[in-house]
Design a protein around this ligand. Structure first.
Ligand code: M6R
Length: 612
């Protein structure tokens, strides 16, 4: 959720921290701050607003010092104000902390520290208690104080602390929130995500839960929860900083939409056997016997990943004949699902850090289920806690609105469905072959979908749509979850209220809202039920709705029945969502641009949602 950067070395820390924070603004962007070691003092500068605002208020002199910590915040406890921004200082100002996560017992600790030590709190945040608690535990060794303090904490944290009495030394702790160490020469780094490190080093180490790290310019020491020093593996990052930047597009979201052909190619790479054309998923690591015994799958995810799960359900049930339930992760834990050890849980998460999804994963584990994670982020918590991991390999997704992660999640789910169907014998070889051919054709077809002409069609419709405050997305069968995803995307970034409706349900209530000119985006890609969808479109037409149909180029009947049309290349019903979702992403994007919205960082939202 929030972004953290720490630096200790021989260069000016201020610019290193500011540049690192800018790379992390997608994690939180409502306030920012830095604390710099300066001749035995810790100087804190923080401000509501963007990192650029913080940069302006940073004193020139303080930019010269060579160690410090920085933070960019996404508010949870208390509004985005200067006081609530991190770093937080202890009562004496000798300890500063930056924190990502939630301190669940902060009220109890705050009361105790106020009563026992007379500490005065300045902010409304849960995080401030960490600075006071560390000071309360401090007896000349910051590592020991952080360890003692963390033993009293309930909740989640990625934390970096500094003491004015220990210049050049940073102490880090992690539980349920990511923290990555970067190795330099005569300088070292810590950050909550890799983009903040890439300008300086590719040699990294992902901290695990319960670990502590001590950074000085010369060395990095990592300890487990029992205080034993660890010899951890170094993870060499192979992707470029450029890959995490906009690459000429106005927004990350558009860049990421345009990257979808390449992203899908990466998801498919090495997962289809060249000789037989069969799907090969070594990463599933399930024996044929285990696959044959599978009698129930649970898919657990949030938001866009949940919408991918709904399509995964239909594909797995159809191709592999295994019943699948799909749960919004925040509901899964509280509904007492009937979990048995011979079932499989699939958790889907782009970031691999979503707190609700992680909680679902852990609950499935406690009931003895094997968990397969479909995620985009190597080394993420989900990837490390799951029994098996299938990476989507979409590359970093920076825009809060998820696009390429979604289509690659779909492709990963199709691969799972085909693989299970092949192994269980429920999918005939010819059908499996046709689906594999269909998957392999998707990158090229996505490129066609993203043509300039098609984008012009979308932009023209968005001139109309962007003037409305309400819209419907309708679809049947596999088009319905795509409609749900389209509606989520539109409301998320353009702030137009959008509702997805199973096309056949319109007449049972929602149709009352349709009036002259109301935008209705109709997904009509499913050949098997095209006539039914067309009837539903007619019903909207009859009430004057402005229908924008997303359909296949060979469905000629659709064009004369709607106001605007977006034609997809010919694709089978099962795989159509991969193409069908793209115009809905573009609709959201261009409507948001037309309304002057902050496309990549929509209000109130964050990329990585690490609170429940
Ligand atoms: O990182 P995750 O895939 O676990 O994130 C889940 C949702 O928070 C995410 O998909 C969210 O709905 C997107 N911002 C939608 O575009």
């Amino acid at each position: 959720m929030c972004g953290i950067v720490g630096y200790t070395g021989n260069r000016k820390a201020g610019p290193v921290l500011i540049e690192g924070l800018k790379k992390l603004e997608y994690r939180g962007y409502d306030s920012a701050g830095v604390a710099l070691h300066d001749n035995g003092r810790l100087i804190v500068t923080k401000a509501a607003g963007s990192v650029a605002e913080l940069e302006k208020s940073l004193n020139e002199h303080h930019k010269e010092v060579t160690a410090g910590i920085g933070h960019t915040r996404w508010a949870t406890h208390g509004p985005p104000t200067d006081l609530n921004a991190h770093p937080h200082s202890s009562a004496s100002g000798e300890i500063v902390v930056v924190h990502n996560g939630i301190i669940e017992n902060y009220r109890t600790l705050r009361k105790r520290l106020t009563e026992e030590a007379g500490f005065k709190f300045k902010s409304e945040t849960d995080s401030e208690v960490l600075a006071h608690l560390i000071e309360y535990c401090y007896e000349g060794d910051l590592l020991a104080a952080v360890r003692r303090a963390m033993s009293e904490i309930e909740g989640s944290y990625a934390l970096v602390a500094a003491s004015s009495r220990e210049p050049d030394r940073l102490v880090c702790a992690r539980k349920d929130s990511p923290l990555i160490i970067g190795y330099g020469e005569g300088e070292n780094y810590v950050a909550s995500d890799i983009p903040a490190l890439l300008a300086h080093t590719r040699r990294t180490c992902v901290m695990d839960d319960g670990e502590f790290a001590v950074l000085t310019p010369e060395k990095i020491e990592i300890y487990n929860k029992d205080g034993q020093m660890l010899d951890k593996d170094i993870l060499e990052i192979t992707w470029n900083l450029e890959a995490a930047e906009k690459g000429g597009y106005d927004h990350f979201m558009l860049k990421e939409i345009m990257e979808q052909p390449a992203a899908v190619r990466e998801t498919l790479r090495q997962r289809i056997k060249r000789d037989s054309g069969l799907v090969e998923l070594g990463e599933l690591d399930l024996t044929t016997e285990q696959i044959l015994k599978l009698d129930q799958i649970y898919i657990i995810a949030c938001g866009t990943a949940y919408h991918a799960g709904l399509i995964g359900k239909m594909a797995i049930e159809k191709l592999a004949g295994i019943p699948v339930e799909v749960d919004v992760a925040s509901e899964f834990r509280y509904r007492d699902p009937l979990l048995e050890p011979n079932q499989l849980a699939i958790v889907i998460s782009q970031s691999g850090e979503t707190a609700d999804t992680l909680a679902g994963l852990r609950m499935a584990h406690t009931k003895g289920l094997k968990v397969l994670a479909i995620t985009n982020v190597v080394g993420s918590t989900v990837s490390r806690e799951a029994d098996r991991v299938m990476y989507t390999w979409a590359g970093p997704e920076i825009a809060v609105a998820s696009t390429k992660a979604y289509v690659t999640q779909l492709v990963a789910l199709y691969l799972v469905a085909i693989y299970l169907g092949q192994t269980r014998g429920t999918l005939e070889p010819e059908k499996a072959g046709a689906l594999v051919d269909g998957l392999l054709a998707l990158p090229e077809q996505l490129t066609q979908v993203l043509s300039e002409d098609n984008i012009a069609t979308i932009r023209a419709y968005c001139e109309h749509l962007s003037r409305w405050d309400n819209a419907f997305f309708i679809g049947r069968n596999l088009d319905y979850p795509v409609a749900m995803e389209g509606a989520l995307k539109l409301k998320e970034i353009s702030y137009i209220h959008a509702e997805a409706c199973a096309a056949g349900e319109l007449k049972h209530g929602p149709l009352a809202l349709v009036e002259e000119g109301m935008p209705v985006i109709a997904l009509a890609t499913q050949e098997a039920i095209l006539d039914k969808t067309l009837s539903n479109i007619q019903v909207v037409n009859a009430r004057g709705g402005a229908v924008f149909a997303v359909t296949r180029e060979d469905f000629e009947d659709v064009s004369w029945q709607v106001e605007s049309i977006f034609s997809l290349p010919v694709v089978c019903d099962t795989l159509a969502p991969v193409l069908g979702v793209v115009p809905t992403q573009l609709i959201a994007y261009y409507a948001a641009v037309a309304r002057g919205c902050s496309v990549d960082k929509p209000r109130n939202l964050a990329k990585s949602v690490t609170v429940e």
